[in-house]
Ligand binder design. Structure first.
Ligand SMILES: Nc1nc2c(ncn2[C@@H]2O[C@H](COP(=O)(O)OP(=O)(O)OP(=O)(O)O)[C@@H](O)[C@H]2O)c(=O)[nH]1
Ligand SMILES: [Mg+2]
Length: 343
């Protein structure tokens, strides 16, 4: 029995890029190869790293003063109190035990500590071939990047040979329905929609029926990010889940929240709130290519502990990357690559 793995596909694409760079870089100077993650995250990366590693660079002694400064920098980078305390405590212990000699040693320990925080939530989304249709319910507040993420997911699935259908479950705004329909038309993906103001649960229910009838592999349902009241929104989303489970006891197979990484601690409280109401399976943190501080990813990992499936690092289809702990940390704090990028 097969499995669709976003990670395997993305890794294969990355390798293909590297190979085509090697072979025809000269003959084909306009090679369409993907920029590295640290390049896509350049702005977030510099907000996270410049202060954090900048002050480490000049310092000689690894003393309490340095640790306190580092602590303040991590908090300012949105890493959050709990994750910061964990990093600093561990650095303090290692400084005593292993006699961390210089800032470089601190940086290496810091890198490993940051990876350790993220490792438990590195659990990429995989879609087993024998669950048809596999239903992904996408939730999150308005503007977080739900519809954009759905477009990227759908395209990656389609490019990987999966048939996809979308459900326009955001019935709160006419523009939301039209946005999804237009996208579906451009990409030859069927979109099930009803009029504005219709019942979101019934749109998504219809879509599941239709996807079943047509043998569609993956159904992705969009939802509203805002209603008149926030409690109304949660009730509505719970109803969607309930109604879907009437057609398929296991649906939705993945309830995915999309969080705007630029909103810092707000993203954290949204994850908590939606998780209480919805029992989330995974999250996507978007806009990490922008002015997000990046630290919020650690705060979310430490406090919420739900798998981070993807990160959004731009507007292109390939800018939805499977979340990999060490790759993400290196894109944030690896010094070597920073010099390469700046050169
Ligand atoms: N730079 C950047 N922009 C993004 C990313 N993801 C989404 N956006 C942008 O964020 C804005 C909002 O995205 P949408 O996908 O419409 O957000 P939504 O959650 O569907 O919002 P509502 O439909 O209003 O609830 C759009 O301008 C997107 O292009 C990302 O990873 N990076
Ligand atoms: Mg939307």
């Amino acid at each position: 029995m097969g499995i669709f793995s976003f990670l395997k596909r993305q890794k294969a694409d990355r390798n293909a890029d590297i190979q085509s760079d090697d072979t025809d870089a000269n003959e084909n100077p306009v090679s369409a190869s993907e920029p590295a993650l640290e390049q896509k995250m350049q702005r977030t990366r510099s907000r996270f790293t410049d202060n954090l590693l900048g002050f480490l660079r000049g310092k000689k002694a690894v003393d309490e003063e340095l640790l306190e400064e580092l602590e303040a920098q991590l908090i300012m980078a949105d890493v959050g109190v709990a994750a910061t305390a964990r990093v600093i405590d561990s650095l303090r212990q290692k400084a005593k035990k292993d006699k961390l000699q210089d800032a470089d040693a601190v940086r290496l320990v810091l890198r490993q500590e940051l990876i350790d925080i993220l490792q438990p939530v590195e659990q990429p989304l995989e879609i087993p071939d024998d669950i048809v249709p596999f239903v992904i319910l996408v939730v999150g507040v308005n503007g977080a990047g739900k519809t954009t993420t759905i477009g990227k997911l759908a395209k990656q699935l389609q490019d990987g040979g999966k048939s996809v259908m979308l459900a326009a479950g955001d019935t709160f705004r006419a523009a939301a329905i039209e946005q999804l329909q237009a996208w579906g038309e451009r990409n030859d993906v069927p979109v099930i929609a009803q009029d504005i103001g219709s019942d979101s649960a019934s749109v998504i229910f219809d879509a599941l029926q239709s996807a079943k009838a047509r043998g569609i592999d993956v159904l992705i349902a969009d939802t509203a990010g805002r209603l008149h009241t926030q409690s109304g929104l949660m009730d509505e989303l719970r109803k969607v889940k309930r109604v879907l489970s009437k057609l398929d006891a296991d649906a939705p197979h993945e309830t995915l929240i999309v969080l705007d990484g630029g909103t810092g601690q707000n993203a954290l409280s949204q994850a908590e709130q939606f998780n209480d109401a919805m029992a989330l399976d995974g999250l996507v943190i978007t806009k990490l290519d922008g002015t997000a501080k990046g630290g919020v990813v650690f705060a979310i990992a430490e406090k919420i502990g739900i798998p981070i499936r993807f990160i959004g690092v731009g507007e292109k289809v390939s800018d939805l990357e499977v979340f990999e702990a060490s790759r993400f940390v290196d894109a944030l704090v690896d010094e070597g690559s920073s010099e390469e990028v700046e050169a």
